[in-house]
Design a protein around this ligand. Structure first.
Ligand code: NAG
Ligand code: NAG
Ligand code: NAG
Ligand code: NAG
Ligand code: NAG
Ligand code: NAG
Ligand code: NAG
Ligand code: NAG
Ligand code: NAG
Length: 298
């Protein structure tokens, strides 16, 4: 019970909604008649549970609440990511996977897997710069590039010569490397390369890995470079963060439209992703869900 309350608090802290209102009055979370939760995940409007159920602001914000799981699990219905939580400007989703490239003693490739990940260009989602591009291995360099243009988004090199070089929790180039990504990325492909095909490190490190993951959620352990189950363990523990916005117009453009999403006593905030779109925020001294009629309350 204690733990549940704590999780709820963490989940709702970034919101301007008050916690007491949230528990007694659903109208500060979802549209009237719409569920507020899928499993243990709160789904605040403009998101809504159900496909074309009239509970969200538009199809991109529909949440597919799959009852095949117990407790049920929420998915972004159009991009298929499993949602971990939704905050004022971000959605945390389960990782789409990890790229790897594994070698035998003589440097032959034994297995490999690239990641190609795209969010629809017309969607209101993009990868947040709260993610880091991470590479794990001792003879690996990885490149993250845009699918359409091949332009470089980020790169990182993880090198070591013996397992005693590695230290727990340190991800600064020796066995583990992390780098920033810019805001506004909608798709990427990662590729892994190696200087010596792991021939000098094959006694303790056969594979190189690269992935995008929420900053601070991956902690490097020296044993990771030799863990043959790394890719599976990782997917369960390191989520990705999306930025979400309303539409692709600026506040100034959207304010002229009858579909303008910000209700009474709220202000419109332009997105900083460089892709257009906006958020609504309760005006100072007001609380509630700025997307729901009648707006924020004093
Ligand atoms: C919920 O809050 C809204 C706005 O503050 C109010 O109009 C409505 O009466 C409340 N409903 C309940 C059940 O308390
Ligand atoms: C709030 O929503 C939940 C389902 O999400 C429902 O069980 C509950 O009755 C609702 N409460 C009010 C006051 O509408
Ligand atoms: C939901 O439940 C799962 C499993 O019970 C747990 O791992 C997860 O952290 C919970 N999420 C939230 C947002 O409480
Ligand atoms: C909802 O998600 C589940 C689990 O991923 C999937 O099997 C189902 O097809 C989805 N339904 C729709 C309508 O997208
Ligand atoms: C390593 O892989 C290469 C290419 O697949 C293969 O020709 C070679 O026999 C393998 N070596 C060992 C020791 O398995
Ligand atoms: C592998 O080790 C040999 C001998 O120490 C060294 O000459 C060579 O440069 C190393 N290769 C790589 C790719 O590190
Ligand atoms: C690594 O493997 C590639 C392709 O299998 C090969 O072209 C290259 O010469 C190898 N490099 C080393 C240092 O073994
Ligand atoms: C903005 O969104 C509308 C509706 O989805 C679409 O028709 C239009 O092409 C988009 N504009 C840009 C610049 O992406
Ligand atoms: C809304 O306002 C609060 C308080 O000023 C601020 O912390 C938050 O970042 C704002 N949210 C958005 C989406 O601008």
């Amino acid at each position: 019970m204690q733990q549940k309350a704590c999780i709820l608090l963490i989940l709702w802290l970034p919101f301007s909604f008050s916690i007491s209102k949230q528990t007694i009055n659903n109208s500060t979370i979802a549209l009237p008649g719409c569920p507020t939760k899928c499993g243990n995940v709160s789904v605040p409007y403009p998101f809504g549970i159900g496909l074309d159920a009239g509970c969200s602001i538009g199809p991109w914000y529909d949440i597919n609440c799959s009852k095949s799981f117990n407790p049920p699990k929420p998915f972004l219905s159009r991009t298929n990511g499993e949602i971990i939580d939704i905050s004022e400007t971000k959605i945390r989703v389960k990782s789409n996977g990890i790229a790897y490239r594994c070698y035998n003693q003589t440097g032959g490739i034994t297995r490999k897997f690239p990641t190609l990940y795209g969010i629809d260009e017309t969607s209101p989602f993009s990868f947040s710069n709260e993610n880091k591009f991470i590479v794990v291995g001792c003879d690996d360099v990885s490149f993250m590039t845009k699918v359409a243009t091949g332009n470089l988004i980020s790169s990182c090199a993880a090198i070591c010569s013996q397992s005693s070089d590695l230290s727990d929790g340190s991800c600064s180039g020796i066995g583990c490397c992390q780098n920033s990504i810019p805001k506004g990325v909608k798709n990427y492909i990662t590729s892994l390369r190696s200087y010596g095909n792991h021939t000098n490190v094959s006694s303790f490190n056969r594979c190189g890995y690269s992935f995008l993951g929420e900053q601070g959620r991956y902690r490097f352990h020296p044993s990771d470079v030799s863990d043959s189950n790394f890719e599976h363990r990782f997917v369960e523990t390191v989520p990705m963060v999306f930025d979400w916005v309303i539409g692709n117009q600026t506040c100034a453009e959207a304010q002229k439209s009858s579909l303008f999403a910000c209700q009474e006593n709220s202000i419109c905030v332009d997105s900083d992703t460089g892709l257009g779109g906006y958020h609504c925020n309760c005006s100072k001294g007001y609380k509630g869900n700025p997307y729901l009629r009648p707006g924020c309350q004093g």
